[in-house]
Design a protein around this ligand. Sequence first.
Ligand SMILES: [Zn+2]
Length: 245
Amino acid sequence: MTEELFRDDATLLTCAAVVLGADAQGIVLDRTVFYPQGGGQAGDSGRLRLADGSVLLIADTRKGKAEDGSPAGIVHLPAPGQEALLARLRVGDSVVAEIDEERRQRHMRFHTATHLLCALIPHPVNGCSITAGYARLDFHMTDPLDKDGLSAGIARLVAEAHPVSHRWISDAELDATPQLVRSMSVQPPRGSGRVRLLEIDGVDLQPCGGTHVANTRDIGAVVVTKIEKRSASTRRVVLGIAEGA
Ligand SMILES: [Zn+2]
């Protein structure tokens, strides 16, 4: 298994790590700052600096799976054309893992902005995709949505500079605090023993394992670029960075 350093500190860009496995499928480390694709958020790209000074480029990151389907660490997917370098990598090698800061920053800004949308649109979410270029969120609802009104709502919550924080809570604490569940915009998953709660102070509270900026002001100039009626009961909201920002 891989220690998931990004869960407790999304600002970490780099860490020292040891290779647990390396083959054509990818590289598994004992710890990593690379977020694996999941919860709608795209995986990180970056590089592994090897002990001899060479650099292995990582194109994307995924959650690993054992043959029986159980989780098996985080897999760093090498960019194509690095076979010779990969062949030299050995279990036990020390590396320095380093993510692409700009791409992750976009993921964190858009991801946090999707939480603001959840607060502005009080309907269940049934689809989510967060990339470096845009984010989209599908809401289960039939009413029309106002694009400019939503952009103004996001801008207001960004300007109000709400702190963003997370905490871990056990299933038992969750069961003992039903009012907490009631105040959440999404029902927490149960059964894994603990749940990671993401709170935007005074705005949104929900279970979430993704990476977020530390304050809504760090979201910057994110606007609604498009609203689509995907079906009679689904409205899709697309977010982008404002032109000229
Ligand atoms: Zn989140």
